[in-house]
Ligand binder design. Structure first.
Ligand code: MF3
Ligand code: CO
Ligand code: CO
Length: 260
């Protein structure tokens, strides 16, 4: 495993990529409403990234291997029981639907990766509650980050918060190092034991992106080879930020107007 340490110049480029990725989530907010298709949300994000940000949507054409086709769209849209990697399509959002929009942009060779939950109209009580739990879990993980802390500290903080509130943490997908490469070392698990795993160093950049299910943690991959759903069809929620380890702790590179 080789974990890259970003130079101050590289950190500045990561800051810019992160800021741009966050701006896409700010832009799309007002468009998420009942009746809109996830394809339309994808087009709005794609055009904004390419034309306004002069950046590249990293998911488009990403990750084909063996029998798996490359990802066909520019963002991931994961609705209700979809855990992650939902492919935008012609289905319309209904009132109360919860959707995670996951944006990754490449700017000047560096990646910024972030996602949040949105609701079409008024959320359901369960949907809002699960989204809040997933958000708290992400924040609990982020708050562990400082030089000398370990990846196990992050995973443990997330897992204990989620499980003590009746949710479950998906194990098959995780956060990841990020930089010139979309998914690089280390893997950032959202469960774990305090003090275990890699010790963090200033200059590391990685994502924290817990997927939290209302029911059991088990997932299933759909035949399209991308869409991940909960096996029991329970609701799932996810939030994601790109984080820089600093001398004193952390910097969230994908804040939206200062909001985590
Ligand atoms: N943005 C996702 C992540 O957080 C990865 C999406 S890969 C794609 O790591 F190909 F599905 F877009
Ligand atoms: Co990510
Ligand atoms: Co992402």
């Amino acid at each position: 495993m080789t974990v890259s340490i970003k130079t101050p110049e590289e950190q500045d480029k990561m800051r810019e990529a992160g800021r741009l990725a966050a701006s896409v989530l700010l832009m799309i907010e007002e468009h998420v409403k009942p009746g809109v298709t996830t394809d339309h949300l994808n087009s709005l994000c794609h055009d904004f990234i390419v034309n306004e940000l002069d950046a590249v949507p990293a998911p488009l054409g990403y990750g084909g291997a063996g029998s798996r086709p490359p990802f066909p769209k520019s963002v991931c849209t994961s609705v209700n029981h979809v855990v992650c990697h939902g492919i935008p399509g012609p289905k319309k959002l209904k009132k109360g639907d919860a959707v995670n929009i996951d944006v990754t942009v490449i700017k000047d060779g560096f990646h910024g990766d972030t996602s949040k939950m949105f609701f079409a109209g008024e959320p359901t009580i369960r949907g809002r509650r699960l989204a809040e739990l997933a958000h708290q879990a992400m924040v609990a993980g982020i708050e562990q980050v400082k030089p000398g802390a370990t990846l196990g500290d992050i995973g443990h903080a997330i897992q204990t918060l989620v499980e003590s509130n009746g949710g479950s943490v998906v194990r098959e997908y995780c956060g990841h190092g990020i930089g010139r490469v979309f998914h690089e070392d280390p893997q950032v698990l959202h469960y774990g034991r305090p003090g275990k795993g890699l010790a963090l160093q200033a200059g590391m950049t990685f994502t924290i992106e817990p997927m939290v299910n209302a029911g059991r943690r088990d997932v299933r991959l759909l035949p399209d080879e991308w869409t991940v759903v909960t096996k029991d069809h329970s609701l799932s929620a996810q939030w994601e930020h790109t984080i820089l380890v600093t001398n004193s702790g952390y910097e969230v590179l994908t804040l939206r107007n200062g909001e985590i």
